[in-house]
Ligand binder design. Structure first.
Ligand code: MN
Length: 229
């Protein structure tokens, strides 16, 4: 019997290519499956270039929907604006440039094309996906970049969206390494670059897959995320 296509939502990677590659091995996406990436592929971790190379390979293997994170935005904006370049380098961009051989000019055209292709939000019948945050009463296309890319969910925890869908977000690191399920919003940035885990949530089964930078992997149901097996 053929299994129905699966949808995995993957949190902030931040240059952790080893964790990403191990996570993908665990999920083993097939051609009909979909990977939604919540953004922040680059910065802070050791191998941002390797992360983008891996995702470019995944695009040939299954459906990939990449969202834009604030760090990915800074990488792109640095091309045109020296003040953003300085800010970016101080906030994780230095590691990214190092992974590309030390210069913005060495970032391959295929990688820049990937960042330009990233979306600010994505919606399905039951879910919507943003990097950072949303405004409960506003259609997603009307929400500003400050909210979608930068605003943390710690101080401004949003109400359920009027669209009735479940929100899945990254950006605000969960320092204990566990994804959070608050019903109408699920938080998947599990602080991989800080020594915790990279998370994929498979939506149909509610199963959490995790991998880290030291080669470990684990999985558990999201409802049991306070007590991972
Ligand atoms: Mn972010």
């Amino acid at each position: 019997m053929a299994t129905s296509p699966r949808t995995f939502v993957i949190g902030d990677i931040h240059g952790c290519s080893m964790a990403l590659d191990n996570l993908i091995s665990s999920c083993d996406p097939k051609e009909a499956d979909t990977l939604v990436f919540l953004g922040d592929y680059v910065d802070r971790g050791p191998d941002s270039a390797g992360v983008i190379n891996s995702i470019l390979q995944l695009i040939k293997r299954c459906h990939v929907i990449p969202l834009l994170g604030n760090h990915d935005w800074m990488l792109m904006a640095s091309e045109q604006d020296k003040s953003i370049m300085d800010f970016w380098i101080q906030h994780g961009g230095a590691e990214t440039l190092e992974s590309y051989g030390g210069s913005h000019r060495r970032i391959p055209a295929s990688h820049l094309a990937f960042f330009r292709h990233c979306q600010r939000f994505h919606e399905t019948d039951d879910y919507f996906f943003v990097h950072a945050n949303y405004q409960a009463e506003l259609p997603l296309r009307e929400v500003d970049d400050e909210t979608l890319l930068w605003q943390h969910t710690v101080k401004r925890f949003p109400a359920p969206h009027v669209n009735g869908k479940t929100a899945i977000v990254g950006h605000t690191p969960q320092l204990d390494g566990l994804p959070k399920d608050h019903g109408h919003i699920k938080l998947l940035d599990t602080f991989c670059y800080g020594g915790q885990w990279l998370t994929a949530l498979e939506l149909q089964q509610g199963q959490v897959y995790q991998a880290n930078n030291t080669g470990d992997s684990r999985e558990f149901p999201l409802s049991g995320s306070d007590d991972p097996i």
